[in-house]
Design a protein around this ligand. Structure first.
Ligand SMILES: C[S@@+](CC[C@H](N)C(=O)[O-])C[C@H]1O[C@@H](n2cnc3c(N)ncnc32)[C@H](O)[C@@H]1O
Length: 221
């Protein structure tokens, strides 16, 4: 049985890891298929109470990467956004138990957060690992990594910043390459995946013998 089918209770002490950001106006715009613009960007300095470099993970699931990476990189701030509340609770409980201080989480749609709340050139790296593949033809438009998303990632990265995108879906890679061709920015290819720690989904796909496709893009200096 998948243990996350069970109810997850947030430890009251783990609540401090979860930030509140008002995205209601943007969510309303999204529902009406209207464009979302940057509005009062969040202050990562306020969230973390320091000015260390910030990395963002969208769709962190069980929080395996964010927890392990933050443990070995105390001088880096990790900000994770996840749309499923239960997974936010799972990750927050883990971070509290591990006694980590350099991670903050948000329960929200990562795409909306990126567009509406992240200032230009403020992130060192953006991580997206094993996003939902949306395999049915009519669902492909739901894929998070598309041309608009790539433009946004470019905007928020510092010069020299990187974007990690890993998937087990060859079809998503083809889609990604096409979207990259059609986005309005020019990333460079890169091979530096950083100190990556396999996520829960990567472990699952590796156990099943599936190939893993790793893409790293770099914003030119
Ligand atoms: C297939 S799971 C991968 C989880 C994790 N990255 C891993 O590799 O183990 C995809 C995750 O992305 C989350 N997700 C899907 N759409 C999202 C969005 N728009 N914003 C934030 N999280 C999202 C899902 O709730 C789910 O936890």
């Amino acid at each position: 049985m998948n243990r996350y089918k069970k109810r997850v209770v947030l430890d009251p002490k783990a609540k401090a890891f979860i930030m509140e950001v008002d995205l209601l106006p943007e969510q309303a715009l999204m529902r009406q298929n209207r464009p979302v613009a940057l509005r009062e960007p969040v202050s990562f300095e306020t969230f973390f109470q320091n000015s260390n470099p910030v990395e963002l993970e969208l769709g962190f699931g069980t929080g395996r990467f964010i927890t392990e990476f933050s443990r070995t990189h105390p001088q880096v701030n990790l900000f994770g956004v996840e749309i499923t509340r239960k997974m936010v609770y799972v990750a927050a409980n883990k971070l509290f138990q591990a006694g980590l201080r350099n991670v903050r989480l948000l329960h929200a749609d990562g795409e909306v957060f990126l567009k509406a709340k992240v200032a230009d050139q403020c992130l060192q790296r953006v991580h997206v690992y094993f996003p939902d593949p949306w395999v049915k033809k009519r669902h492909i438009k739901r894929r998070i990594v598309n041309r608009v998303f790539l433009d946004q990632v470019f905007r928020v990265l510092v010069p020299g910043g990187r974007f990690n995108f890993f998937t087990d879906h060859a079809d998503y890679v083809d889609y990604f390459l096409e979207e990259r061709k059609n986005c309005s920015v020019s990333f460079q290819e890169d091979s530096d995946i950083g100190d990556y720690v396999p996520t829960s989904y990567e472990e699952k796909w590796v156990r099943q013998g599936k190939p893993i496709f790793r893409t790293v893009l770099r914003k030119p200096e």
